[in-house]
Design a protein around this ligand. Sequence first.
Ligand code: UP5
Ligand code: MG
Length: 199
Amino acid sequence: SVIMKPQVVFVLGGPGAGKGTQCAKIVENYSYTHLSAGDLLREERSRTGSEFGQLIDTYIKEGKIVPVEITINLLKKAMEETMKVDEKKFRFLIDGFPRNQDNLQGWNTVMDGKADVKFVLFFDCSNEVCIDRCLERGKSSGRTDDNRASLEKRIQTYLQSTRPIIEQYEKQGKVHKIDASRSVDEVFADVKNILEKES
Ligand code: UP5
Ligand code: MG
C-alpha cells in the first residue's frame, strides 16, 4: 500500500480565539487528527521523568514560546504514532504552531519534504475577546496561564512573534482568515466552507 505524506493545516490565532474548540468540531465532521502543540507541551510537562517539565512550566506561565527542538519532537512523534496506528490518518490539524520564527525554522528543518502544509486557518479576534474568554475559562480550567498577568504576556507574544508568521503565510496566499469573535456555530460554518473548497 502507498504510505501517504502527512497533509497539514496550521491552526493559528490569539490565546482563546477558539482554535481548540473549532479543531474539535472539525474532527467530528472530517477526517483530520487534531494535534495541539500546547496540549502536547502540557502533557510533556506532567510526564514522569521528563527532562523538560520545569522549563515548559516556566515558559507557559510567562507566555513565552518553548524552544522548537522540544515542540517539534512532540509533534513529529504524535504524527508518526497516529500514522503507524492507521495509515489512512494522514491529515493533521496542527493547532497553535508555528508561533515564531524559531518554530518555523525548526519545522522547515525537521519536516522539509516529510509533510505538506496545505493552508492556514487563522482565527482572528480582538485582544479583549481573547482575554475575556481565557479569564472565563480560567475559573475552571486549572491552566496556569489563564490569569490576567500571564494573559498580558501571551497577547504580547502573539502580537510580536506569531502575527508575523501568519503574515508570511498570507503573502504565500495560504491563509484563510476567519472572524472568530462570533458564536462557535457561526465560526464553524465558515470553517466548513473553507474545508469543502480546499478538499
Ligand atoms: N470559546 C471558544 N470559541 C468561542 C466562541 N466562538 N464564542 C465564545 N466562546 C468561545 O477557547 C477558549 C475559551 O473560549 C474556551 O472556554 C471556549 O469554550 C471559549 P479554545 O478553543 O480553548 O481557544 P484556543 O484558541 O485553543 O485557546 P488557547 O488558550 O488554547 O490558546 P493559546 O494559543 O494561548 O494556548 P496553547 O495551548 O496553544 O499554548 C499555551 C502556551 O504553550 C503558549 O502560551 C506557549 O507558552 C506554549 N506553546 C509553545 O511554547 N509552543 C507551541 O508551539 C505551542 C504552545
Ligand atoms: Mg488551545
